[in-house]
Structure formats: structure tokens, C-alpha cells
Design a protein around this ligand. Structure first.
Ligand code: PXP
Length: 243
């Protein structure tokens, strides 16, 4: 079995910096430490309100990283133009609402296939591979295929936030069924949101999942263990889940 890759989301290093509008902590520093600790890619979400990651972060990351950058973005004209400028290796389309604490649900692909198809084609022509962050739903997966996406990222937030073991089992089964459905398509299957050290293993164990994107729990653990160790610990759990 192949190892599952880890994309480390460093948004919350920038959250800490923006809380005081200081020059530290530096997200680029975090990305380099994560890379050394074994991260396979670095994810940043350049939000419309610029609450954490700023354009200069994306620009600097693009200059220094040797692993791929995954730019999470809303499907807006502004963000599409920025993605064309920065040419990240991966772009992940996410829904975005200003008032949300974090990305709350998957992208509605079925209802806006034409728009998403155009956006995918535009960024693919610019050299990026495009991923769609979607709920664990066969209809959305089929729509992602029709829209020409290269990858999907299955939203694991409902599984992660479940308030009872029964609900968690139910949400997990939805993820498994969605992965089985997507495995019959050309899409690369990623997953993420809300994953932490105590819930990552079942998702990491799903063989067809290529990469997990994890942010908040890793940055939170880094406060106590340091980022290098926090990334290593997550990688170890993910490897243990496979073998
Ligand atoms: N994947 C997507 C599409 C996201 O929007 C986020 C949060 O920015 C993550 C993964 C990472 O989620 P978390 O910070 O809960 O690990």
C-alpha cells in the first residue's frame, strides 16, 4: 500500500501574526519546518477578507518551497486572477462566507457546473492542478468529473465534529462510500477538515485516499511540542494507519 500524503495547512500561523499585526510568527518559516519534518505539500487559504494568509505569504512561499503549494480559494474573479499570477501547483476551490469561522460545507458543484468547469480550465491552462472541496456525496463527485477537476477533497468535518460515536460512524461510512464512488473515476481523492491526532487514523486507513490536508490540530499541537514534532507525530499516525 502507498503511504498517504500529508498537506500541512499553515493558515493559523498567520492567524497568530494577524492577531497583533506583528511580523511574527512567519508562515514561511512554518512551511520550511513542516517541509523538513516530512510534509508533502503546504496548504494556504487566501480568504477574501485576508484574515490570516496575505498575498505576500503566497508569493514568498512560491519562491522558497520545493514541495507543492495548495492554494485554497473561492471561485471569484479576484482569486482566479491571483492564482494565475502565483501559479500554485494545486488550487482547491472552496465555498467561502465572510462570517464563517472556517470553511463550513463542501462546494456546490452540481448547481454551478459551467462556472466551475470554466474556472478549472482556466487554471489548468495556467499550469495548476485543480481540486474541489466537496461533501461526501456521489452527485457532487460526478459533477466534479463533469467539471473537469483533477482532484476532489472530501470534507471530513462532519465526521470530525460528530457529537456521538453513532453519528461519527454514520459520517465515516458516508466518506467510505464516497471514496468507493470516486475510485471509479479519474479523480485523485484527497480528504480533510477537522482531522486531529485522535480521529485521523480511520480516514488515513482508506486505501484510495491520496492526501490529507490538516491544519488547526497540527498548529495547536506545535504550541507545546514544536512544529517539527507536531508534523512528525501526525505523519507517524498516518503511516501506522496504512501498515
Ligand atoms: N481542507 C480545506 C478545504 C479547508 O478549508 C481546511 C481549513 O482551512 C482544511 C482542509 C484544514 O482543516 P483543519 O484546519 O480543520 O485541519
Amino acid at each position: 500500500m502507498k503511504p498517504v500524503k500529508l498537506g500541512v495547512n499553515i493558515d493559523h500561523v498567520a492567524t497568530l501574526r494577524q492577531a497583533r499585526l506583528t511580523r511574527y510568527p512567519e508562515p514561511v518559516h512554518a512551511a520550511l519546518v513542516a517541509e523538513q519534518a516530512g510534509a508533502d505539500s503546504i496548504t494556504v487559504h487566501l480568504r477574501e477578507d485576508r484574515r490570516h494568509i496575505q498575498e505576500r505569504d503566497v508569493e514568498m512561499l512560491k519562491d522558497v518551497l520545493t514541495i507543492p503549494i495548495n492554494l485554497e480559494m473561492a471561485v471569484t474573479d479576484e482569486m482566479l486572477a491571483l492564482a494565475e499570477t502565483y501559479k500554485p501547483e494545486y488550487c482547491c476551490f472552496v465555498p467561502e462566507r465572510r462570517e464563517e469561522l472556517t470553511t463550513e460545507g463542501g462546494l456546490e458543484v452540481i448547481g454551478q457546473q459551467e462556472r466551475i468547469r470554466e474556472a478549472c480550465a482556466r487554471l489548468q491552462a495556467n499550469g495548476s492542478r485543480v481540486s474541489l472541496f466537496i461533501d461526501a456525496d456521489a452527485g457532487q463527485i460526478d459533477a466534479a468529473v463533469n467539471a473537469g477537476a483533477d482532484m476532489i477533497e472530501i470534507h471530513t468535518g462532519h465526521y470530525a465534529d460528530s457529537d456521538s460515536p453513532e453519528t461519527q460512524d454514520m459520517e465515516f461510512n458516508k466518506i467510505v462510500r464516497a471514496v468507493e464512488h470516486a475510485a471509479g473515476t479519474p479523480l485523485q481523492i484527497n480528504a480533510g477538515h477537522g482531522l486531529h491526532y485522535h480521529n485521523v487514523k480511520p480516514v488515513a486507513a482508506i486505501e484510495q485516499v491520496a492526501e490529507l490536508n490538516i491544519g488547526h490540530s497540527i498548529i495547536a499541537r506545535a504550541v507545546f511540542s514544536g512544529l517539527y514534532q507536531a508534523v512528525k507525530d501526525m505523519k507517524t499516525l498516518m503511516d501506522e494507519a496504512r501498515w
